[in-house]
Design a protein around this ligand. Sequence first.
Ligand code: HEC
Ligand code: HEC
Length: 347
Amino acid sequence: MIKYIKVNKKYQYVVILFAIFVLANSVQLFSSCNANGGTPAGSADSVTTAADSLVSIDTAKIPHGKYGDAVKYGRQLMLHTAYYIGPNGVNGHYTGNKMNCTNCHRDAGTRPYAFNLVRSFKDYPQYRAREGRILSLAERINNCVMRPNLGRPLPLDSREMVSIMAYLKFLSDSSHVDARTKGLKNMTVELPDVAASSDHGEKLYAQHCERCHAKNGEGKMAFDNVAYQYPPVWGLLAYRPGSSMHRVVKLAQWLKANMPYDKTTPGTTFLTDAEALDIAAYINDDKKHQRPAAKTTKEEDYPNHEEKAIDYDKGPFKDPFSEQQHKYGPYKPIIDYWEGKGITPVI
Ligand code: HEC
Ligand code: HEC
């Protein structure tokens, strides 16, 4: 009996040791999972980020087979939009300029703080104030084809639309996203008490942006003339009014984390908030430079006027502020006005 207990104790001891070993390993595994979002370190073509909870995607995990082929083509369409479906596209003529989706949704929609698309597949259908109705993901994709890309809509059953949707589904399925994940939304900018200054923005543009996007905002084509090396920021081949980029705060939020191209990395910034707002004011100043015509459809943007984003610049408004103030600020009085009515305004 005594002997039996002794053996058993020893046995228990081994079991406990084994349990501690397993536990320690799984804790290690778990934390390394968090550290890189489940992405094998150094894997090619993945977004490797310093902070532990930034979005990350491993394209090496795109499956084989027909679905995987669609995912891969969808990804190529985001990266090389003009080549496939641009004005001289090899697979169809849909977009009206030669900008690629990835010029704004950087790294094919996977880069943090750059209009990241990792969640989009889950987030649609969604009510959209700009259209005043519920949009499917395909309709939302076509908004970008028509507005910033100046194009005509992709047919819903086209290989192109289905492939972009498949790619966005893959992003959504394979990402490790939870409440702590950073970078799904753009960075926020502190809104100052004064209006954004297009004139000051003009000086900053010459200093920080002109060497790539050119003095007249037209950017620079790549040597093959298929797409841009540096995309245009205004002019008749840039995004049209009615694109979200044409809103000063929205653009400033993106600029803060993404430009100048060679001076920012995911999660780090170069411009101050005020500088980003002033440059956005200059880029979106239609009195200083041309843009394509605004209208793409007969639908009125923001048909419910009280739902307008605060930096959307076309009246009529359901508040007492001018088009000028909606466009350039100061924005705080507009926010206070709506909050006073118990409504959280869209920025
Ligand atoms: C000039 C910049 C620009 C280009 C080019 C562009 N987009 Fe967008 N896209 C935006 C902005 C800005 C938004 C709105 C983001 C927001 O409201 O925060 C957006 C939103 C989207 C959304 C909705 C995201 C969501 O989760 O709500 C999808 C999907 C999308 N774009 C796909 C595309 C595709 C596909 C292309 C290429 C055909 C493209 N975009 C080209 C700027 C651009
Ligand atoms: C070193 C070159 C370089 C500099 C400097 C630079 N950019 Fe860019 N910019 C790029 C490239 C390249 C892209 C496309 C990004 C991509 O495809 O990932 C881009 C994209 C953009 C876009 C979105 C696409 C479009 O054309 O609408 C805007 C807006 C923009 N830059 C504004 C600016 C502003 C403002 C500055 C100065 C603060 C600036 N850039 C400085 C290279 C540059």
